[in-house]
Design a protein around this ligand. Structure first.
Ligand SMILES: [Zn+2]
Length: 373
């Protein structure tokens, strides 16, 4: 009986072995963290030019900035998937754009547009999140950007009776919840901060309005209005390669800042898994009311990617912001002795590095900290 069983098992043994060998790989694949996915949406396209200027069309400015932004993210982050709703001059409906975001399980959705106004003096950049309370305030922008629906033959069915030009249609937004609002607002303020503080663009602030494309996307999302195509100087700036690169650089910096924040928060909220995570959550609970020391290695005007050569191979550098500068630090200790050791260890790479101190997240002098220790 047993002999018979063995003979029957023999031919399938190689398969069993193969299966066993495959198991760890399958397990690893399942356990690998999902890549951060950003969808970049160049507004309008194809038969929908968007706002028209003297020399430029909105759709082309949007696409120029979108591609430059995506290229920079892809070049600096191997752990980020960059997807574009369009990479060429093609028409897409708002519904198609939102579907694309959801199908790709995006973590962040960035819509890029250019503004227009009757008054040619009006200029400046603004960043919108989906707004659910103060609907009336920015209704004009929302109506103009939503109006692309009217180019679709069957828009009433696709958008369930929503009429982009009727004020009544917007009332439905008032009863909706947006679970992504905090993160959307956080990214929006980073974008505006970059535009205005780092790149001297005129600030029209973070605003809220009822954009269909943001409403239908299941992730944090913003709609950026780069500037006014109806303002002569701003049109020339946004039409130029240099201007488009400037705007892409600003949004890129905001992206780096946002991703850093999100990852920090996730690390604090999941106290098991990696080594860094445990260290961070431990220090978070134990350092309340105690001075914390860090080693400052350098300051820069814009955020760097984790792989930047400026770090000279040092991983896990953190930063804090002071004025217009991002100040990068290494280590996090409650004992001066220990932070001094870290400073000495990296002295060869960073001879000018020095110790700084914080109390409950606020910077204090090292002298004060040592007296408290
Ligand atoms: Zn637009």
């Amino acid at each position: 009986m047993s002999k018979c069983f063995a003979t029957r098992m023999l031919p399938i043994l190689p398969y069993l072995l193969a299966c066993l060998l495959c198991m760890p790989t399958a397990y690893l694949q399942a356990a690998a963290p999902k890549k951060f996915t950003v969808v970049i949406d160049a507004g309008h396209g194809g038969r929908d030019p968007g706002a028209m200027g003297q020399i430029a069309q909105e759709k082309n400015i949007n696409l120029g900035v979108a591609l430059k932004l995506g290229q920079k993210i892809a070049a600096n982050f191997k752990d980020v998937n960059v997807f574009y709703t369009r990479k060429t001059d093609v028409f897409l409906t708002l519904q198609e754009r939102a579907n694309f975001v959801n199908q790709n399980n995006a973590d962040l959705f960035i819509c890029i547009h250019t503004n227009a106004a009757e008054n040619r003096d009006v200029c400046g950049a603004e960043t919108f999140t989906l707004g659910l309370d103060k609907l009336a305030s920015n209704l004009d922008v929302a109506m103009r950007e939503n109006a692309v629906m009217l180019l679709e033959e069957d828009y009433k069915t696709t958008y369930q009776g929503f009429d982009p030009n009727s004020v009544e249609s917007y009332i439905m937004f008032e009863f909706m919840q947006d679970q992504y609002i905090d993160r959307s607002l956080s990214f929006a303020s980073s974008v505006q901060n970059q535009f205005t503080q780092q790149y001297n663009r005129k600030d029209r602030g973070v605003r809220q309005a009822a954009f269909w494309v943001l409403h239908k996307s299941a992730c944090p999302s913003v709609l950026i209005e780069l500037g006014f195509i109806t303002n002569r100087a701003e049109e020339q700036f946004l039409h130029s390669t240099k201007g488009q690169q400037t705007m892409a650089d600003a949004i890129y910096n905001a992206f780096v800042e946002y991703k850093h924040q999100v990852e920090k928060k996730t690390a604090l909220n999941t106290p098991k898994t990696t080594k860094t995570t445990t260290q961070k959550s431990r220090s978070n609970t134990q350092t309340e009311g105690k001075p914390v020391y860090k080693v400052q290695i350098f300051s820069v005007k814009s955020i760097l990617s984790d792989k930047d050569p400026a770090f000279k191979g040092i991983e896990n550098a953190d930063y804090y912001k002071e004025g217009n500068l991002y100040k990068y630090t290494v280590g996090e200790e409650t004992e001066f002795q220990k932070i001094e050791e870290i400073r000495k260890n990296i002295k060869k790479k960073f001879p000018d590095a020095f110790v700084i101190a914080f109390l409950n997240g606020k910077k204090i002098s090292v002298k004060e900290a040592r007296e408290m220790e």
